[in-house]
Design a protein around this ligand. Structure first.
Ligand code: JFZ
Length: 413
């Protein structure tokens, strides 16, 4: 949504703050906390009903090595990510930042230092935008449940949460994203979310805020699925690498570079972002499989980046087993991630094709009869097994329509 002509002042300011985000496409999510020591998902305290006194011992046994965040930030930059979002406090209630509102924090306990400050320094040193994840739900705070039943408890808990958000927006310099999470058990009025976010914007005038304080704010956050927002609203799909957000080595089925490239094509086609998570070990190691697969993605983006970062124009399209499109103006990019061999047939493209090239490469021979495009003389093996991008220049508004029958109803002649 670039045209600011018919936007309200508020919408124009939102678009001003969102400009970098709409171009970012790819970010790194980091889930790191006491739960990382147990290695059984970030919900382990809740799922295993670990007694609070037993769980709290993790606050003193956690000894992450210094500046692990520099490794994550370097990796993120290397592989084409343009921002990072890290947990400052997850549901367990342990703060990775120096809070004056609780001693259950990384400075006062095991780590003995401000892990959020290290993360911010690392991300900025790589020129990456900085996001803070902050869980409003808090399993440790004594009023975290009672707040729903008792006004005095609600007052204390809301003041605590607002107070910590204020600390985060005050003590770490310029922030780019406030990424709230899980606002159980209160509703938007009980949380006083509008007041909290007004405070955030007063402290951080350029910040963007996600939709998880029960207000829509600046962008949507489909989780574990890629569902573009409607009406041009900004959005970002957050996805795990395996099935867990926190470090969980027993959850060993990780997405491959092929999966990540496919997700990047999907978010680009929908005009959104992919926030891909890594759950570092308690010491701070990114899982090696994530590093390996991300480096393959980075190499792919080096070659095909514009077909992802810039090709976000909307285009009507249907599924095709050999690949899918992104679009920029009169160029459509067919991301072929299942290579059929020396001939590739694409049905349903409703436009006259003026030229075809391997992306930044040689022209490709093609024939076109009605909505059957056949590209020939291709390499028998996929030039790039993650996805080989073919650039088509087309006439008119690109449309890819196949329907369920062999022909569309209005074409059945
Ligand atoms: C939440 C957290 O519980 C999870 O640990 C992780 O931090 C993720 C990014 O966010 O997960 C959710 C949040 C909302 C829903 C489901 C899982 N939901 O609305 O169904």
């Amino acid at each position: 949504m670039e045209n600011t002509g018919n936007l309200t002042m508020e919408q124009q300011d939102r678009e001003r703050r969102l400009r970098w985000f709409r171009q970012a496409r790819f970010g790194m999510f980091i889930h790191w906390g006491l739960y990382s020591q147990l290695g059984r998902h970030e919900w382990v305290m809740n799922r295993e009903r670990i007694p609070a006194a037993e769980y709290e011992k993790l606050a003193d046994s956690w000894k992450p090595r210094p500046h692990a965040a520099r490794e994550w930030a370097k990796l993120a930059k290397e592989v084409g990510m343009r921002y990072m979002v890290m947990t400052t406090k997850h549901h367990e209630g342990f703060c990775l930042f120096d809070s004056q509102l609780t001693d259950y924090n990384a400075v006062k306990r095991g780590p003995g230092r401000d892990l959020v400050a290290e993360y911010v320094e690392a991300a900025r040193s790589e020129g990456l935008r900085v996001g803070f994840y902050y869980s409003m739900m808090d399993w440790r705070h004594p009023d975290g449940v009672q707040c729903k039943r008792d006004e005095a408890a609600r007052r204390r808990f809301v003041d605590y949460i607002h107070g910590q958000v204020r600390e985060l927006c005050t003590n770490y310099g310029k922030l780019d994203i406030m990424w709230y999470d899980v606002s159980w058990p209160l509703d938007v009025d009980e949380w006083e979310s509008a007041k909290m976010n007004a405070m955030v914007r007063q402290l951080q005038p350029d910040i963007i805020i996600n939709d998880r304080s029960q207000l829509p704010e600046d962008f949507g956050t489909p989780e574990q699925h890629i569902t573009p927002a409607k009406d041009g609203r900004a959005w970002e799909a957050c996805m795990t690498f395996n099935e867990s957000w926190g470090y969980t080595p027993i959850d060993a089925k990780f997405k491959t570079a092929w999966d990540v490239v496919s997700m990047l094509r999907q978010v680009a086609a929908g005009g959104g972002n992919l926030l891909l998570n890594i759950g570092p070990s308690p010491e701070g190691d990114a899982p090696p499989i994530c590093v390996e697969e991300l480096q393959k993605v980075g190499a792919w983006l080096q070659r095909y980046g514009p077909a992802i970062y810039e090709a976000t124009d909307p285009m009507e399209q249907e599924w095709q087993i050999t690949g899918a499109f992104t679009r920029k103006g009169d160029r459509v990019y067919f991301h072929c991630n299942r290579w059929p061999g020396s001939e590739l047939a694409i049905g349903g493209l409703r436009n006259r094709v003026l030229s075809a090239h391997l992306f930044n490469g040689p022209a490709v021979r093609f024939t076109q009869q009605s909505d059957r495009l056949v590209l020939t003389g291709l390499p028998t093996e996929a030039p790039d097994p993650l996805a080989t991008v073919i650039e088509l220049q087309v006439e008119g508004e690109p449309r890819h329509v196949l329907g369920t029958g062999y022909r569309l109803l209005d074409e059945d002649t």
